[in-house]
Design a protein around this ligand. Structure first.
Ligand SMILES: O=C(O)CCC(=O)C(=O)O
Length: 299
């Protein structure tokens, strides 16, 4: 676990923190050093070559546009583990949340091959998760130049709407018709979350009603977005290079544990030996949600 001592100053201003809290997302330039970026890329590549049994593979209707999503790659990759321990990624999340520590809730690889890029449909992370609350920050780290037409985008301010939407997603952007090609034995998105939640608004067909924030993101930059915000990524008929990213989700100690209706996302520390009560602060369960960064002197 890292603390403030020994780490370089974060490239984050008070305006960045205010933007994160107001808009629900902010771009932080040059978060990672060259060495940290090398760890990120090597870790993502290792995850791609040796996927876990929790991977899901998607593609466009024509069979191109391959996308791999894998769960908790940092648990298997020493490089990604080092990235979390040695880089300012977790500290950045804590600063944005205003919390004295950052615990890992989930990390995932989003690996999109060059050529056709399939969209990531608009969704909220919240309904997929085993946690609820405000102290939930996602750090999206691409290792390829990711122009705004393939990078993460968010609906500005939607983290404050106080709605949890359904996990069912559709997309009206082109190229659409994203289909699941296959998945590993140990995890499926089918059955995650409940059926009783409201449908996600049709954002692309009512674009005048929503303010979309997007950025041209460079390797080493980070987009920090709130775990409750509506977000996704556009599709593109042809893109010259891969679009590889790691997304890490951190919670503050006051974030609450939630028993999901269906099955939940995998837990970073695995299932607990002792049952976790609904609503228990995750700060009481560092075995399941490991503390990655703690402010010096914080308990
Ligand atoms: O990288 C993408 O296309 C989607 C990422 C995403 O949905 C997330 O980080 O929660």
């Amino acid at each position: 676990m890292a603390t403030t001592a020994g780490l370089r100053p974060l490239p984050v201003s008070d305006e960045d923190i205010a933007a994160y809290r107001r808009d629900g997302a902010v771009l932080i330039r040059n978060l990672l050093s060259r060495d940290e970026l090398a760890l990120l890329e090597a870790g993502i590549e290792q995850g791609r070559k040796q996927p876990s049994a929790m991977y899901s593979r998607y593609q466009g209707a024509s069979g191109s546009g391959e996308t791999i999503i894998d769960q908790l790659p940092s648990k298997r990759s020493p490089m990604l583990h080092r990235l979390f321990e040695e880089s300012p990624v977790a500290e950045l999340a804590a600063r944005m949340m205003g919390s004295p520590s950052a615990q890992l809730v989930l990390d995932q690889i989003f690996y999109k091959e060059a050529g056709e890029v399939v969209p990531t449909p608009w969704h909220q992370d919240t309904p997929f998760l085993n946690v609820r609350g405000n102290d939930l920050a996602r750090i999206w780290l691409p290792c390829d130049p990711s122009p705004r037409d393939v990078a993460i985008q968010v609906v500005r301010g939607s983290h404050l709407w106080n709605v949890i939407y359904s996990t069912s997603t559709t997309t009206s952007t082109e190229p659409a018709n994203v289909v699941k090609a296959d998945e590993g034995d140990a995890f499926s998105y089918d059955g995650v979350g409940g059926d009783d939640l409201p449908a996600i608004p049709d954002i692309d067909n009512h674009s005048d009603s929503f303010e979309i924030l997007s950025w041209d993101v460079e390797p080493g930059d980070a987009v920090v977005f709130h775990g409750n915000i509506l977000h996704g990524a556009r599709g593109k008929a042809s893109h010259p290079q891969r679009r590889r990213a790691l997304a890490a989700l951190f919670g503050g100690p006051q974030l609450r544990y939630h028993h999901p209706a269906g099955h939940g996302m995998p837990l970073p520390g695995g299932e607990s030996d002792r049952p976790i009560a609904e609503g228990a602060p995750i700060g009481d369960h560092p075995d399941v949600f490991p503390v990655i960064w703690r402010e010096s002197g914080a308990a």
